[in-house]
Design a protein around this ligand. Structure first.
Ligand SMILES: [Fe+2]
Length: 179
C-alpha cells in the first residue's frame, strides 16, 4: 500500500527510503521550482509567439510545430539557469548537495487529437524508466509547467511497484532525437 505524503518535513534519508519502497511525495512549490517553471513557460511562450503554446497545435502545420520543439527542448534542457534552479530545488528540499547527483531537466510535451503521433511530442507508452536504462537509484521529480487539469495530468499506478511487469519495450521503437 502506497502512502502519499504532502509537504512532509522528514529527512532526506528517510524520504529516500520511503520513495524506494514505492511511496509518493507531493510538495508545494519551493522558490526554485517556481522559477524553473517560470523559465520553461517564458521560453515556450517566446518560441511559439504570438501563439499560446498550449493551443499552438490548432493553428500550426505539424512540421512547424516540430521545428519549434526541436529548438526549444534542448535550449531549455541545457540552459545554465535550469541547472542552477535544479540545485536550488534540491537545496530547498533538504537534499545533501555534496551527495546528490542530478540530471538536466526534461521538458515533456504532448499533443492531442492525433496531431503528432511519433517523435518529439509522442505520448509514451506505460513503461518503467529502467527500460530506458535509467539507473535503479533514480528518483523522478515532476513539475507542472502549466496548471494541472484532468486532461494534462499524469497517473501513478502504485500496484505495479512491486508487481513484475514484462518489459514491453520491444513493441515500440521511438524515433526521438530530442526528449
Ligand atoms: Fe518515464
Amino acid at each position: 500500500m502506497s502512502t502519499i505524503f504532502f509537504d512532509s518535513t522528514i529527512s532526506d534519508d528517510v524520504r529516500r527510503e520511503h520513495l524506494y519502497n514505492g511511496h509518493l511525495f507531493v510538495f508545494s512549490p519551493c522558490p526554485s521550482a517556481i522559477s524553473l517553471c517560470d523559465l520553461a513557460r517564458e521560453m515556450a511562450e517566446e518560441a511559439f509567439a504570438p501563439l499560446d503554446p498550449r493551443e499552438a497545435q490548432h493553428s500550426l502545420p505539424v512540421e512547424d510545430f516540430v521545428a519549434i520543439l526541436a529548438k526549444l527542448k534542448p535550449a531549455f534542457i541545457h540552459h545554465p539557469k535550469s541547472k542552477q534552479l535544479i540545485q536550488g530545488i534540491l537545496q530547498e528540499s533538504g537534499c545533501d548537495l555534496n551527495k546528490t547527483y542530478f540530471d538536466v531537466p526534461r521538458l515533456r510535451t504532448a499533443t492531442s487529437d492525433g496531431y503528432l503521433s511519433s517523435g518529439i511530442a509522442y505520448a509514451f507508452h506505460p513503461h518503467r524508466d529502467t527500460w530506458y536504462s535509467a539507473p535503479q537509484c533514480q528518483i523522478n521529480w515532476w513539475l507542472p509547467v502549466y496548471e494541472i487539469t484532468s486532461e494534462n495530468g499524469m497517473a501513478f499506478h502504485p500496484r505495479y511497484w512491486s508487481q513484475p511487469v514484462k518489459n514491453g519495450s520491444r513493441d515500440y521503437n521511438y524515433v526521438c532525437p530530442v526528449e
